[in-house]
Design a protein around this ligand. Structure first.
Ligand SMILES: O=C(O)[C@@H](CO)OP(=O)(O)O
Ligand SMILES: [Mn+2]
Ligand SMILES: [Mn+2]
Length: 542
């Protein structure tokens, strides 16, 4: 017996169909008002489910998913980690804060090597997102690193500033860029040379994910490494110019830019330098890390690959070991549901479209990219469009649904999981009519999936990883501002049993969150949940 053994749930007999977990990305439970895209959309299927007796409201933000505080909104990484690992792990945002507060971030080998490069005439570069969104990064963490460089007398530091506008206000760039410029100027006043060298909006510069569009990474490489891009004398000037040229421009889409003095870029990346990617979250950090680290690289023409010491804030992929060097140990997410189910011989199918493909595989499996057991698992990806999703809010939901229905009807899988991206990806655009269509698309597809699960005599578990579409705008003094970020709202979790057994009732577990789902799935599949997991939402009828 391995330590991953699952015991059968006694008194529960096998049923024909699969257990199907539907993750409606970015569909939270908000107030019943016009700002709530889930409320205003026409959603007959969800409306029916929300009346179900096995409908739970799950916490999906803050401490319930391992973030530093309850003011932190949820996100896909921590959400899917919690869903897939059955318990709460302290996440990157928190671990980095602790490593800074305790000083351990500066005592490891990697930081010392970075300082050595800085001491030997190399420039220390920081690439990352400058906001306090706390989803991919936090600007206070960058400040701590900069202050430490100054304290250790590193002469030359360059920041490559990715502009957010997705986890924070859509036009909030100057709230972060201006204080950052001031801070760098203040440090430079004491004889050091610290500046912003390049930047760009996060959706078009550097932070692509899941191989959706490598052009984004190439744009960043050109700006950060080669110093190629539209030139400005300061990042704040670049942002102001973009706003002035196009009043509809929002931060996440700002073209990459280069800071130059008299036409010469102030901070290209060169042999002998050190580069730290200060984002802690992995999905959008892997591609640029590969561009720096891989000897043989064919995703785009690098032109020049500087011989640098490259390090991540964390290791972003624990399977592929990307990057090799990093400052803070990532959460050690082990004994995931996937590992238990594979050990029990349960066949499974996971699917989404490109934008969320890694969410139901890599994040779900505790930030490991490969299969756990290829003989038992199938991972399926529908290629996403390369557009802003307000233009096609239906995204690939119908294609995903078609394949799920096939997988359900085929009878080859005992556990099926899928992510419908619409509520989140369209929610991030803040375009109200598109958000409604996105939510309605999810509802329509959900109806089709439930019908298929019903026909097969299975059980569906319908949930979400965090909110987004549930708040489209905020209002102050009669003026509405689009709200493009995730929300702090709870998410639904509804269990719809078509197996005919009607065996389960609510377990009454207190204050449930996303981490209670994995134990629930174990039970629905006919297994006792592992003791280390947070309790199941259901128990067998007495
Ligand atoms: O797009 C992303 O990177 C984040 C927001 O920063 O969204 P999600 O967590 O839903 O992937
Ligand atoms: Mn998400
Ligand atoms: Mn999102």
């Amino acid at each position: 017996m391995t330590e991953l053994t699952l015991q059968p749930l006694s008194g529960y007999s096998a049923f024909p169909g699969p257990v199907v977990a539907v993750i409606m990305d970015g569909i939270g439970l908000g107030p019943a008002d016009d700002s709530n895209g889930v409320h205003v959309a026409y959603t007959p299927t969800l409306d029916r489910l929300f009346q179900d007796k096995l409908m739970f409201r799950l916490k999906a933000h803050g401490k319930a998913v391992g973030l530093p505080g309850d003011g932190d909104m949820g996100n896909s990484e921590v959400g899917h980690n919690s869903l897939g690992a059955g318990r709460v792990f302290a996440q990157g945002a928190k671990l980095v804060n602790e490593a800074i507060a305790g000083g351990t971030i500066f005592t490891g080998r990697t930081w010392k090597e970075v300082m050595a490069r800085g001491g030997q005439g190399g420039t220390v570069h920081f690439i990352g997102m400058v906001s306090d969104g706390n989803v991919h990064s936090h600007i206070e963490q960058l400040y701590a690193l900069l202050d430490r460089c100054a304290a250790e007398k590193v002469k030359r530091v360059r920041v490559h500033a990715l502009i957010d506008g997705r986890d924070v206000g859509e036009k909030s760039a100057l709230d972060y860029i201006v204080p950052l410029e001031q801070r760098l100027a203040a440090i430079s006043g004491s004889g050091l040379d610290y500046r912003i060298a390049s930047g760009g909006g996060r959706m078009v510069t550097t932070m692509d994910r899941y191989n959706a569009n490598w052009q984004v990474v190439e744009n960043g490489w050109k700006a950060h490494v080669l110093g190629e891009g539209r030139q400005f004398t300061a990042a704040s000037e670049a942002v102001a110019a973009y706003y002035a040229e196009d009043p509809a421009m929002t931060d996440q889409y700002m073209a990459s830019f280069v800071i130059a003095d008299g036409g010469t870029p102030v901070g290209t990346i060169n042999d002998g330098d050190a580069v730290i990617l200060f984002n802690f979250r992995g999905d959008r950090a892997i591609e640029i890390s590969r561009a720096f680290e891989e000897d043989v690289f064919t995703e785009f023409e690098r032109v020049r690959r500087p011989d640098v010491l490259y390090a991540g804030m964390m290791q972003y992929d624990g399977d592929a070991l990307i990057p090799k060097q990093y400052l803070v140990e990532p959460p050690a997410i082990d004994r995931t549901l996937g590992e238990y189910l594979c050990a029990a011989g349960v066949t499974s199918y996971a699917i989404s479209e490109t934008q969320k493909f890694g969410h139901v595989t890599y994040f779900w499996n505790g930030n490991k990219s490969g299969y756990i057991d290829k003989k038992l698992e199938t991972y399926d990806e529908v290629p996403s469009d390369r557009i802003t999703f307000d233009l096609r809010p239906w995204m690939k939901a119908a294609e995903i649904t078609d394949r799920v229905i096939e997988a359900v009807a085929g009878g080859g899988y005992k556990f099926i999981r899928l992510n419908l991206a619409n509520g989140d990806m369209v929610g991030h655009t803040g375009i109200e009519p598109a958000v409604r269509i996105a939510v309605e698309t999810v509802d329509l597809c959900l109806g089709r999936i439930l019908a298929a699960v019903g026909k097969a005599g299975g059980i569906a578990l319908v949930t979400a990883d965090h909110g987004n579409a549930d708040c489209m705008w905020t209002e102050k003094k009669g003026k509405r501002t689009p709200m493009v970020a995730h929300t702090l709202n709870p998410v639904p979790c509804i269990i719809v049993d078509y197996s005919g057994s009607n065996a389960f009732v609510a377990s009454g577990c207190a204050d449930p969150g996303l981490s209670n789902v994995a134990a629930t799935v174990c039970n629905l599949l006919g297994y006792q949940a592992p003791e280390i997991y947070d309790p199941s939402l259901v128990r067998l009828q007495p």
